[in-house]
Ligand binder design. Sequence first.
Ligand code: ATP
Length: 454
Amino acid sequence: MPATDAQLMDKVVSLCKRRGFVFQASEIYGGIGNTYDYGPLGVELLRRVKDAWWNRMVVERDDVVGLDSAIIQNPRVWEVSGHVGGFADPMVDCKKCKGRFRADKLEDARCPERPSKRPGECGGELTEPRSFNLMFKTHVGPLEGSASVAYLRPETAQGIFLNFLNVMQASRLKPPFGIAQIGKSFRNEITPGNFVFRTREFEQAEMEYFVPPAESERWFEYWKKERFQWYLDLGLDPARLRLRDHAQEELAHYSTGTSDIEYEYPFGWGELEGIACRTDFDLKRHSQASGVDLVYFDPETRERYTPFVIEPAGGINRMALTFLIDAFEEQPLEKEERTVLHFHPEVAPITVGVFPLVKKEGMPEKAREIERELRRGRMSTFYDEKGAIGRRYRRQDEAGTPFCVTVDGETLKDDLVTVRERDSMAQERVKSAEIRAWVEQAVRAWKRPPRRDR
Ligand code: ATP
């Protein structure tokens, strides 16, 4: 039977721990709320998601360049951007159990005393909503006083606005062009997190695309489509993805349009990425406050204007969680059941498992040779010579490894190896010298396999 949504989430969490994707942070000290560490498979998954994003957004385009700005900026930045005054969630407190909850997410919250109950259902009275700023405050330098206050950035976007002129001039770009950045952001989130869906530190992937104001609507539509397509290309279930345009009253005051790419998680539909038209709000505010004119001057038309900005903003950890949930399947076979992660090969932590059928007769040496060749092609491999071959395949299925190569007794005579594909479990004999090309072709040709619904 397909897992229910609650079971599915538990199963994904337990697989993440068992196989070294995600661990609770500070676990031996009892953990720390909403904070996680990524193990050997998890860190590879994150790296691949970041690479897939960077390749699509920067490497494959002429009009987008990258940036890596500092986490701690001049505190004026956050006053001017509106974060000091306004980056807050409305919170309510329970007078009985002392729980604190986001007033706009009460339906997702649980009472700390009675986790089966919603806030207030423990019999306590909830206070009126109060504003709670999400930025982490710290101090820079040896003195702790108001003069040394600094903030850990709650978004990477401001670092991009601050460098708008630097990047445009250094790269000799003119609108429309974009600046992309991947990096850590910090928010003192209060709502319980649904595993790594909402954490206090997380990695964001944001791109600010600067356009002539008259073209902003066209580019907003373009980026909505382009970002949605990226998730489809990486194999997410189209039936569990949707674009949701924000209603007028949901829009930030400076935005003329915002649309969320949402995924249907086991705990309901949730935002995976937001695409917003931020107009010229940020550049204008920083121009006014700093006295530096953050405008584009076109030497040909002699026109001077503040570009509008279209911003696709996603979270790398949330993307990784989405790929994990979407890829997870417990598949009944004839005699048993296998747990498999049907990752797109581009995001799979390991691309090829390499096995000698048995640990003798030159098979390990041949397998090592094949592995070296794959690594020369920058493929991530895993060599395993322990235990029955079926068990070794199952372990790779569970890690989401799309291909396995097995060297057997015949290989030493005919130089053919068995290549096994994860999703179909189909096996094929391939010349050992052609393995790298075979895998490269199979990665390109991969299609999401038909699956039972959960
Ligand atoms: P939410 O309404 O869920 O708090 P948001 O609208 O404030 O999110 P944005 O500021 O638009 O989120 O951030 C862009 C992206 O960054 C989100 O779509 C999400 O993928 C990711 N993100 C935001 N907050 C978190 C978090 N606390 N943990 C993990 N990822 C996050």
